[in-house]
Design a protein around this ligand. Structure first.
Ligand code: ZN
Length: 489
C-alpha cells in the first residue's frame, strides 16, 4: 500500500513585520523525499505517523515534502509557491497512491492568501482525486475553515499544550488505518465559535482549557466517534474566517457528529469569560517578585514577545527593568540583535561595549535601550537539540554579554529565543545558578521544569500582546467575543 506523506507548518502572526521565507523554513527543517524518512522518524507528527503505520501495516511511505517554520509574519508569495510546486511535482512523480497523510499547522497566511492550507489542499485534491483517502492533522491553534474541512476525509488536532506533535501523528495514523484497513467511513461535523482570546489561559493542564479539552476526550470515548478536536485559534491571526472552532469525526454518523460538535461549541461559549482572565503583572512588579524570591528558578514569561506566537524575540522591556532594578541575582535573558552581535565581536572576548540593544525589529512595539556590557563569549551556529518537532535550530552568530548579574545572549537569528536551556548551555552557563530567566513564550517553559519554583506572566508589549483589543484588526469577522460585547453564538 503506497501512502504519500507531506507536512507544512507555519503559524502566522498578522501583526509581525518579519516575512517568512524559505530561509525561515531552512532554519527549522525543510526536507524532501527520503530525507523526510531519515530526519523525522522519531520527531513530530510525521514521526508518530511513521512509527504507528510501521507497527500496524505492510506499507510503503511515499515522502513528498516537509517544512516547518515556527511562527512569524506571513509567507512571501514565492515561499508558498515553493510548497505548491513541491507538492505538484512530488505527487505527479509518486505513481499510484492508496492514501495520503498531510500534517499541517492550520494558521499560515501568505502574501495575498488568507488560508494557505486550503490553497495547498486544493492542489493536493486536484492531483490525487476525490477517491483517495486524505487524513490531515492540525495544530490546535489552527484556524479551521470550510475549505480545510471539505478537502480532508478526516482530521485530528493536538490534544495538549505544550504541543503533542508525535501523539497527533499517531492519532492521524489510526484514522487513516481505520479507512484503509478497517473500512471506517469518516464523516466530519464542525462549527465556528465566535471567540478570540489571549494566550494566558491556553495551557491544557488546568483551568477552562482543561475543562474544554477534557470534554473532547470524553466525547471521543463515546461509541461511533473517531476523533474530537478543540481548536482555540492562536490569537494573532487576522483573517476573514478567523476564530475558534470544534470538529468531530464519526464513523458514518453525520447526525451524531453534528450533535457532539454543538456540545463542544456550547461548552467553549459557556466558558468564555474564564478564557479571558488575565494573570500577567507589570514588568516592574514581576522583576521585583523575582528579586524577592528566595529559592529555585523564577520563569518570567515575556507574553508580548512570544517567538512561538510570531513575535520578533527582540523586546528589551524586561532587560531594561532588570537593569533599572539592578537585580542582585543571576538573571538569564536573550535578545535577537545582529548589530549587537557584531559590536560584541568587534569588542572581542573580555572587551567592554556600550551599545543600543533590542527593540529594533518591530517598530510598532519597541525602541532600543542602551547597555554597557562585558563580552564574555562569542559563539552561535546550529545547536543540536530535539524539541517540538525539529532536531536543531540556528542561532546565527551570537555573543554572551555580562551586565552585572545579568547574562544576556544576543543572537543574529531568532532561533528558539531563550526557551530551552541549550541556548545558555551553549555558552557554558548552568541554569541551576540562575534565579530568574526570561522565556519568549507564553506556554512552553517545560524544558526548564527541573529548576522551576514559580512562573510569572509579565504583561509586556509586542506582537503577541495579551491585549487583543489594542491590535489593528482588519479582516476578522465581527462581532467576536470579547472584542465586541454583542457577539453571540
Ligand atoms: Zn500551537
Amino acid at each position: 500500500m503506497n501512502i504519500a506523506i507531506a507536512s507544512y507548518g507555519q503559524e502566522t502572526s498578522s501583526f509581525s513585520p518579519v516575512p517568512t521565507t524559505l530561509d525561515t523554513f531552512k532554519l527549522y527543517g525543510l526536507f524532501a523525499g527520503d530525507e523526510i524518512l531519515q530526519k523525522c522518524r522519531d520527531i513530530g507528527s510525521i514521526g508518530g505517523f511513521l512509527q504507528t503505520m510501521d507497527a500496524q501495516l505492510d506499507w510503503t511511505p511515499v515522502p513528498i515534502i516537509h517544512g516547518w517554520a515556527g511562527a512569524s509574519g506571513a509567507l512571501t508569495k514565492e515561499t508558498l509557491a515553493y510548497f505548491a510546486e513541491a507538492l505538484e511535482k512530488g505527487l505527479r512523480d509518486a505513481g499510484p497512491l492508496d492514501a495520503m497523510y498531510f500534517a499541517l499547522h492550520g494558521a499560515a497566511v501568505a502574501d495575498g492568501v488568507h488560508d494557505t492550507e486550503a490553497y495547498l489542499l486544493r492542489i493536493v485534491r486536484g492531483l490525487i482525486g476525490n477517491d483517495i483517502p486524505l487524513v490531515i492533522s492540525l495544530d490546535h491553534h489552527a484556524n479551521l475553515t470550510d475549505a480545510i474541512v471539505d478537502h480532508a476525509d478526516a482530521l485530528v488536532a493536538h490534544r495538549t499544550q505544550p504541543h503533542d506533535q508525535f501523539e497527533t501523528g499517531e492519532l492521524a495514523a489510526q484514522l487513516l488505518l481505520g479507512i484503509v484497513r478497517d473500512k471506517t467511513r469518516p464523516t466530519t461535523a464542525w462549527r465556528k465559535i465566535p471567540l478570540i482570546t489571549h494566550q494566558e489561559q491556553f495551557l491544557t493542564a488546568h483551568g477552562p482549557m482543561k475543562q474544554w479539552f477534557d470534554l473532547a476526550r470524553d466525547i471521543e470515548s463515546r461509541p461511533g466517534v473517531l476523533s474530537a478536536s478543540t481548536l482555540p485559534m492562536q490569537p494573532w491571526l487576522d483573517v476573514p474566517q478567523g476564530g475558534w472552532a470544534a470538529a468531530v469525526v464519526t464513523d458514518n454518523d453525520p447526525e451524531l457528529a453534528d450533535k457532539l460538535v454543538q456540545e463542544l461549541g456550547d461548552e467553549a461559549w459557556a466558558l468564555r469569560e474564564s478564557f479571558c482572565r488575565l494573570d500577567s503583572i507589570t514588568p516592574e512588579a514581576a522583576i521585583q517578585r523575582a528579586v524577592d524570591a528566595d529559592k529555585g528558578l523564577v520563569i518570567l514569561s515575556d507574553t508580548g514577545d512570544s517567538i512561538w506566537g510570531g513575535a520578533t524575540g527582540d523586546s528589551n522591556v524586561l532587560l531594561a527593568e532588570m537593569i533599572r532594578q539592578q537585580v542582585p541575582h543571576r538573571a538569564l535573558i536573550t535578545l535577537v540583535d545582529p548589530e549587537a552581535v557584531e559590536a560584541a565581536m568587534a569588542a572581542g572576548v573580555g572587551g567592554t561595549l556600550t551599545t543600543m540593544v533590542g527593540g529594533k525589529l518591530d517598530p510598532n512595539f519597541g525602541t532600543p535601550t542602551q547597555v554597557t556590557a562585558k563580552v564574555a563569549a562569542i559563539g552561535g551556529g546550529r545547536v543540536d537539540v530535539s524539541l517540538l518537532g525539529f532536531e536543531s535550530y540556528d542561532l546565527g552568530s551570537a555573543a554572551l554579554l555580562e551586565i552585572g548579574e545579568i547574562r544576556l545572549v544576543v543572537s543574529e537569528n531568532r532561533g528558539i529565543g531563550g526557551n530551552h536551556p541549550s541556548v545558555y548551555e551553549h555558552f557554558g552557563l548552568d541554569v541551576a545558578d540562575a534565579r530568574m530567566l526570561v522565556v519568549k513564550t507564553a506556554s512552553n517553559w517545560q524544558f526548564y521544569q527541573p529548576w522551576i519554583d514559580q512562573v510569572i506572566r509579565v504583561d509586556t508589549p509586542g506582537a503577541t500582546t495579551s491585549h487583543l483589543e489594542d491590535l489593528p484588526w482588519q479582516h476578522l469577522p465581527r462581532p467576536i467575543y470579547p472584542l465586541d460585547s454583542d457577539a453571540t453564538m
